[in-house]
Design a protein around this ligand. Structure first.
Ligand code: FAD
Length: 669
């Protein structure tokens, strides 16, 4: 028999993170480098725990699996299912599994996840009282719930609401009365403030789910079919089934038993390289405690996977690159609870300034620091959510007009205010959970992944929380039709040269007006300037040039409104923008005719300067918009474009008042 000379890499736990670790090892060719052996206590290979609740809906067990047993076989990974590792001899570097199987390891990775926390409630082990973590738990709940008419979820956090959602799905089939019992004063108290939680509670109650706040369960008593929940105060609640969803705790019992350093709060202590207190042993996922934090979410676990795979594989060593470090992870959470979006991003709990939009249906709060997005809390549907998440991740600037629009209407951007996803910079992250960038998605699209499902399958985007699904849809529409974010879309490409030319002429005229000396008034009739001089000497011609200038300006304004009016079907947005730019240049010619390069004094000077600055910014906006059509991947270009377009629009508004005063002054004096 051939002896396997490869060092042995043992992975304890075949959950979401354990599986992702295997997948990345395969992708990085590590199966040639290591003999990889996985122990999974559950009888199924790793499945999508995030979408576990779908088990009550449309998805069966097979749909939830992340990979079949064959996948492990085909990739040379030894998978032992239904086998738990019971002890570890660190000195001999041997793991002892439940099947009396002993295996020597060279490297050992803990990916043991968490277990559901059950508070010390007397009666928590009664029949009809469940926890909610595995497919087996769900099967038991589904079986039991067939014969009950009421159920209570203990815990009003993320998990409790997930349970309520599951029960709501099963209720649709069987009609179960559902309660949420929560010991805090509002739902999701770890993530949401009271006001946001109130909006969520409204939604939950609209679904006929009864919420009981400030209720600490002390014991459960079986009275026939009923399970009586008793609280520290108030009357008991009679239900027929109970699901305890009061949080999770890291599974570190095995690590503690072999004296690996563990955090007092729970979790196997790891350093930035995810190494435990034993140099041969690592921990990733929910069981790892990094800087005292155990992350109860998938994305941080996947981030740990990336770091560890990089550090363990030969390719890394050969490349001579420094070791990768895990530097902590964002705890942004996005989920859909009973059709209600609930999300917290970035520094949503910080003490920074915030602006809020709230009504009966939605709660939206933006946290900003030094004028930049740093966090957000969202309850209820918000079409801009994906973009807000990006804005928070990229610490984009929160302009006061966006803040103003947000506070009035709950919307941050005009439809054209942000580039469509297809025009985001290559390295902008679209799927935060999986770290998938725009460039990767566009490349996948060009290789034939033209549906959301295909994009998702190839890149992994939208496979965790699903918030970026609308962004994927937008990307596909944008790439396939060239429409969507109209300011930037490919069908405008035809007008970019014209726009650049018109902007250039405009800029040239602005500079001429600024730098050219005023044309002197003629002193004799023989003067060469005699004819031109009439323009600003003769009242009639002054009025002609003045009113033409006014007319052109009004036309430019109407066109700038028109190009944003989608229902007007004649010509496309790009064409009308070009016309707008040409008329803008035209106004400058009439400005010369009207003033003879004279700035005048007081009001006239202000009017002249305002008009020139407006045109200067307009020409720059036009120029950069033309450039943006060519530099579709440059975030800098798009950012400048956005700023200049907004500034151009803003600078327009003082003009009507100044012009009005100018006309009154002219006629009065
Ligand atoms: C209902 C629900 C909804 C969720 N929703 C979200 C969400 O929207 N977004 C999000 O980011 N996260 C969500 N999560 C959390 C997410 O599922 C976890 O973060 C993720 O599963 C952690 O992966 P893991 O591999 O670290 O642990 P697990 O997936 O728990 O896997 C650990 C595996 O190790 C096995 N194991 C433990 N000890 C041993 C041993 N001694 N020997 C052998 N095997 C062992 C366990 O049986 C388990 O199968 C949700 C969780 C639940 C339950």
């Amino acid at each position: 028999m051939e002896i396997d000379s490869r060092p042995t890499l043992v992975i304890i736990g075949n959950g979401m993170v354990g599986y992702k670790f295997c997948e990345k090892l395969v992708e990085n060719g590590a199966t040639a480098q290591f003999r990889i052996v996985v122990f999974g206590e559950e009888c199924l290979p790793a499945y999508d725990r995030v979408h576990l609740t779908e088990f009550f809906g449309r998805l069966g067990t097979a749909d939830l699996l992340l990979a079949s047993e064959d996948w492990y076989l085909e990739n040379g990974i030894e998978l032992h299912l239904g086998v738990s590792v019971e002890s570890i001899d660190r000195e001999q570097r041997v793991v002892h599994a439940s099947t009396n199987f002993h295996l020597q390891y060279d490297k050992l990775v803990f990916a043991t996840g968490s277990y559901p926390f059950v508070p010390s409630i007397e009666g928590a082990n009664l029949p009809g009282v469940f926890v909610y973590r595995t497919i087996d738990d769900l099967k038991e709940i589904a079986d039991y719930s067939r014969n009950v008419k009421s159920v209570a979820a203990i815990g009003g956090g993320l998990l409790g609401l997930e349970v309520a959602r599951a029960l709501e799905i099963s209720r649709e089939e069987g009609g179960i009365e559902t309660h949420i019992v929560h010991r805090s004063s509002h739902l999701m108290s770890r993530q949401l403030n009271a006001e946001a939680a109130a909006v969520l509670q409204n939604k939950v109650e609209e679904m006929d789910i009864q919420v009981h706040l400030n209720k600490q369960t002390t014991h459960i008593i079986a009275e026939g079919k009923a399970r009586m929940l008793h609280f520290t105060d108030g009357p008991p609640l009679a239900v027929e089934m109970v699901v305890i969803s009061a949080g999770i705790r890291p599974r570190d019992e095995l690590a503690r038993a072999c004296n690996l350093a563990c955090s007092t709060a729970g979790g196997i202590e790891v350093n930035d390289e995810l190494q435990t207190s034993d140099a041969h042993i690592y921990a990733i996922g929910e069981c790892a405690s990094h800087n005292g934090i155990c992350y109860g979410l998938v994305p941080p676990g996947y981030k740990m996977v990336d770091v560890l795979v990089e550090n363990l594989t030969e390719a890394q060593k050969r490349s001579g690159k420094p070791l990768q470090h895990f530097e902590g992870a964002d705890t942004s959470t996005t989920l859909k609870l009973m059709g209600v979006d609930v999300a917290v991003f970035g520094a949503y709990r910080s003490e920074d300034a915030r602006i809020t939009f709230v009504n009966d249906d939605v709660y939206r709060q933006l946290v900003h620091r030094d004028g930049k997005f740093v966090g957000a809390t969202v309850v209820g549907i918000w079409r801009e959510m994906g973009k807000v998440q990006q804005a928070v991740a990229a610490h984009q600037r929160l302009w006061f007009w966006n803040a103003w629009r947000f506070q009035r209407r709950g919307k941050l951007w005009r439809e054209q205010g942000m580039p469509g996803v297809q025009n985001w910079a290559e390295d902008t992250v679209v799927c935060n959970c999986m770290g998938v960038k725009r460039g990767e998605l566009s490349r996948a699209y060009t290789t034939g992944c033209t549906t959301v499902a295909a994009l998702s399958e190839i890149t992994g985007a939208a496979t965790v929380c699903g918030t970026c699904l609308p962004l994927l849809e937008e990307l596909i529409i944008g790439l396939s039709t060239g429409s969507d974010a109209r300011e930037y879309s490919p069908h405008l490409q035809h007008s970019w040269k014209g726009l650049l030319g018109a902007s250039f002429i405009g800029l040239f005229l602005v500079l001429i007006i600024y730098f050219f000396k005023p044309i002197p008034f003629s002193t004799t009739v023989q003067n060469l300037h005699h004819t031109i001089d009439t323009l600003w000497r003769d009242n009639f011609w002054k009025q002609v040039t003045g009113y033409t200038l006014l007319g052109f300006s009004a036309l430019a304004l109407i066109l700038s409104l028109r190009k944003r009016w989608t229902r007007f079907s004649l010509g496309d947005f790009g064409t009308w923008r070009l016309v707008h730019a040409l008329i803008g240049a035209g106004t400058l010619i009439f400005l010369i005719a009207h003033t003879g390069f004279r700035f005048g004094n007081n009001l006239n000077w202000i009017l002249m300067v305002s008009f020139l600055v407006l045109n200067l910014i307009g020409t720059l906006a036009g120029g950069i918009t033309a450039l943006a059509a060519k530099q579709r991947n440059s975030a800098v270009v798009h950012r400048w474009q956005n700023w200049l377009v907004q500034a151009h629009a803003l600078l327009f508004w003082p003009l009507p008042i100044l012009i009005l005063f100018h006309i009154i002054a002219v006629y009065y004096f």
